[in-house]
Design a protein around this ligand. Sequence first.
Ligand code: PEP
Ligand code: MG
Length: 753
Amino acid sequence: MKTQKDDIELICSVGELSDLFNEPRGVSAFLQKVVDTVSKHMHSDVCSIYLFNEKDRQLTLEATRGLNPELIGNLQLSLDEGLVGITLKRLHSILEQDGRESDFYKAIDNSGEETYKAFLAVPILRGLTRIGVLAVQHHKVGYFDKKDSRVLKAIASQLATTLENARMLTNMSRESTKPKQSQTDVHIVSGTAVGQGVARGRSFTLESNAPGKQYLRASSDNYLETHEDFKNALAQTEKQLKELQQHLDEELSDMASMIFSAHILMLKDESFSGEMENLIQLGTKPHTSVLQVVNRFVDIFSTADNSRLQEKVQDVKDLGHRLLLNLSPQEDQSGDYSGQVVIAQELLPSELIKLSAQKVEGLILFGGGASAHISILAASLGINLIYTDDERVLDLPEDLDIILDGNQGNIIIEPDEKTSLRFDELLQTQAKMAQLEEQVDEETRTACGRRIDLLASINLLSDIKSANRLKADGIGLYRSEFPFLIRNDFPTEEEQFRVYHNVTHDINRGFVTLRTLDIGGDKILSYVPEAQGDNPFLGLRALRFLLKNKKIFVGQLKAMLRAGEDCDLRIMFPLVSSLDDFLQAKTMVEKSMEFLDRDGLSYNAKPKLGVMIELPSAVFMVNELAMEADFMSIGTNDLVQYLLGVDRTNSSVASLFQGEHPAVLKAINQVVQASITHNCHLSMCGNLTKDKRLLYIFVGMGIKSFSVAPQRIPMMQAFIGGIDFKKAQQDAEEVLKLTTTEDVITFLEQRVP
Ligand code: PEP
Ligand code: MG
């Protein structure tokens, strides 16, 4: 009977309930007290509280009087599920004479609610933040009315703050106690892939900004326990690190230079392994002492003012990961990341190299967008990498089965059997692609026999092996900044000479184009603060940086001139914005030659000097530049970025980075025309040629030389082999008349073979 409901008294009692939270009774006891009190005063058969978890966007039944108590903590509803879900989705109360008649009714097995008809639920909100749902049910149809709804809303609003705290506590305690597999309802996360490979491994979070998540966590319940075990793990770790360093020195002679030195030093430090020893002697288990000391270092480094110290957070976690693995009982322990997909927020080039050396299966990076140099480096190292803006990846528990599907840019978490099978097929396709790689011809020609040069873009010395194997016609771009990027200081002229000497001598055929330093933008050297600052892409980048730092410029030019003594050497300047820039750069080359003469060192006295066309200003000055330069190269990554004003590393504007934009096509055509008029050799580099439709148009415009990642040569050769040049030429002429991007896209879809 309605008269039995004592609403006013109820509201007062609930006001008092808030105080109960301070008693040491625990969250669930408090919530239970709330539902008991509400149902008692409303004489309802059922009263339940559901709390909402923003991360997984699920409501969980946290307390109930009247429903099966076994469902507490186990019944989860999305915002589209049931009357309860819809209440929170729509943010207003739902009052049903008979809930079972509603379109949104969802029967819950074993809930015991079959006999309850009348239904009333109100959202619990703090402002617009969803906290949960308070729901009552009664066996009599139409038992609740609008007044009840107002009262229940008042209760919900009084309790909102307290329930928000309760929610935080239940979420936290659930995080630490939930079995691993049920910790996530995320199954597919989309992102942007670097490369098109597929990889699979177990999740391991290397870096996260989420509270508490930046710490190293144990990924097993089973570690070796004695002091002796710890000593063995320490010795094993040191041995592995030394081997890794040696291996890197051999494989990546340009980059490696003591890249694991910080690890080795730290490992031996009294405050690190010594402190672990102390803890063990005081009775702490070895793996716990590793965690304690590592996480103390994580705290110290992550809160340091000095950015160089902050960068050490990953080193110390990486070392902790290795120590823990070496404390695991499995045999054949390598301490590596083989079989693991590492999740991180941001990576430095040196960290990427370390992960690659430690055989990481794949990488997931959370954050703003594909930082160009990390993507380029990952591609060179053959690492499967997916960037995502979906921060849920940072909350993934350790040791989940993860597939990185580079073809679709998807991260698949805990795949079902069907997906696993599909993944196997993808792997087979990958193997077939590798076979196709081997079938590469000496020369690339269009169907009608026009010769096209496919040059290699080289980032690491190790890329040269692929370039030779895949019969690159020469080196169209050597990005000299990579050896600089992973170090803590500038390599000396002599060190640079050794690296460039390998580049010029290891390539089997064709000319070698060494590009001078392109730092700034997203390629920041921690030891060069001037290249940082707001808008780094518009700051002291590339040639601008070198023209301001002439000593560094001359050092690099001298090393390049010496290394190219007996080869067809080209030196190329990035981000040339004017004829003045180029003339100044030429003067610097002359000066460098004078220094070399003075030092009595031999060098290439007739290198070809070229400009990269990457800025709109260079396009406007292209005739003048073509008259002055020996060659030109269109850097499509930057040209599109600066022409369209779209940050190449910002994934939120990635859809605006359009090579089909008529302005891009017209600019490129202008460069082609200037190169023909002034007989200045032209090639094109950057990612735009990854799009076959655009590649077709560029061939049609008359470009005869492309510089690409060596792995792309076979596919490009096969595609170019199918192009009829005359037809491509006509299509290029037509496409240049189009005035909207949409028309260009439609045209390309219709015309390109
Ligand atoms: C480009 O801008 O297209 C290019 C090849 O240079 P990078 O990607 O190194 O800036
Ligand atoms: Mg560029």
